[in-house]
Design a protein around this ligand. Structure first.
Ligand SMILES: [Zn+2]
Length: 170
């Protein structure tokens, strides 16, 4: 038995050193100081792990989780922009990134366009709009800022992947 095969048998040796299946590994350990030292180090590590106590879960964990679930259930459904933003933030599939970048560019264009239209038509729609023009403009600005951040994030995340040679485009 060589050193590599002996080290592969270390878990078995830790669980049951006297097992007949470990005879070859034991014979190697008796002749190889390096493997014997590695096994002693592993034994010390496992012994240390045995002394570790997992922390107790907070007694209020279940209640807090239930409250947060109820809050989320009672909350109004997120708008399409919020859903898209969440999907962008949590998405890890690289194959969707070009499509999402295109979608965000469309959001930027649409956001810029509606900003121009909303500022232009304020004198006529001021009585109809439920919120004040200033709040509306601030929200549009905020949405545009979020879209810009998302596109920046996409560009930053795509940049290192350029040299991997696995571009999604065919
Ligand atoms: Zn060895």
């Amino acid at each position: 038995m060589n050193c590599k095969a002996c080290q592969t048998a270390f878990p078995d040796l830790l669980l049951d050193p006297a097992a007949p299946a470990n005879a070859a590994a034991r014979a190697h350990l008796a002749a190889c100081a390096g493997c014997a030292q590695q096994l002693r180090a592993l034994e010390a590590t496992v012994a240390l792990l045995d002394t570790w106590q997992a922390p107790e879960v907070s007694p209020y964990f279940d209640q807090k989780l239930a409250v947060r679930l109820r809050e989320q259930q009672a909350a109004p459904a997120p708008g399409w922009f919020e859903r898209l933003r969440t999907r962008l933030l949590l998405n890890t599939g690289r194959q969707f990134r070009p499509a999402l970048a295109g979608a965000m560019a469309l959001v930027l264009i649409a956001g810029g366009g509606s900003f121009g239209i909303s500022t232009f038509s304020h004198p006529h729609t001021a009585q109809v709009a439920p919120m004040s023009a200033a709040v509306n403009d601030l929200q549009i600005l905020d949405n545009n800022e979020q879209a810009l951040q998302q596109v920046d994030q996409l560009l930053q995340e795509n940049a290192p992947a350029d040299d991997t040679g696995t571009t999604p485009q065919s």
